[in-house]
Design a protein around this ligand. Sequence first.
Ligand code: CU
Ligand code: ZN
Length: 168
Amino acid sequence: RALPFIAIVALFAGCTSMTPYGPSAVADLAPTKDSKVAGTVTFTQKGDKVVVQAKVSGLAPGTHGFHVHEKGDCSSGDGMSAGGHFNPEAKPHGPQTAPHHAGDMPSLKADAGGRAKATFVLEGVTVSPGPTSVVGRGLIVHKDPDDYRTQPTGNAGARLACAVIRAS
Ligand code: CU
Ligand code: ZN
């Protein structure tokens, strides 16, 4: 009778050590001036990676650049106070499959109703405190697609929504 109990304990210990869900953070995206784009984005530490879940509305249908920016500051009204892309390791701007800023993320894809929903996993950032933590940084949704090539912005155009990422 002892064996199943040991097996269950081992399984449970294995799960928790392989994929611990750590601290989480949230960003409430607010429209910049002349924009209606808003939404909520959560960041959850999972092992050494971060799971991002985004729900954004008010977009034009199509693809929109989406980045963590250096400064948690939306005070300028046009999103420019959030600074450039979060880049703690001095990398070039790029796609997930190549060297890229820590703050570079998959673009949002809005449906015909202007809504975008996305879930993806980021490497190279944390929610836990540290030099690559996204907490206290800015989050920006752009008007245009990210070309993942133009330095250092991806040529994603105006900033339509801004948020400060905060621990939750
Ligand atoms: Cu950006
Ligand atoms: Zn970038």
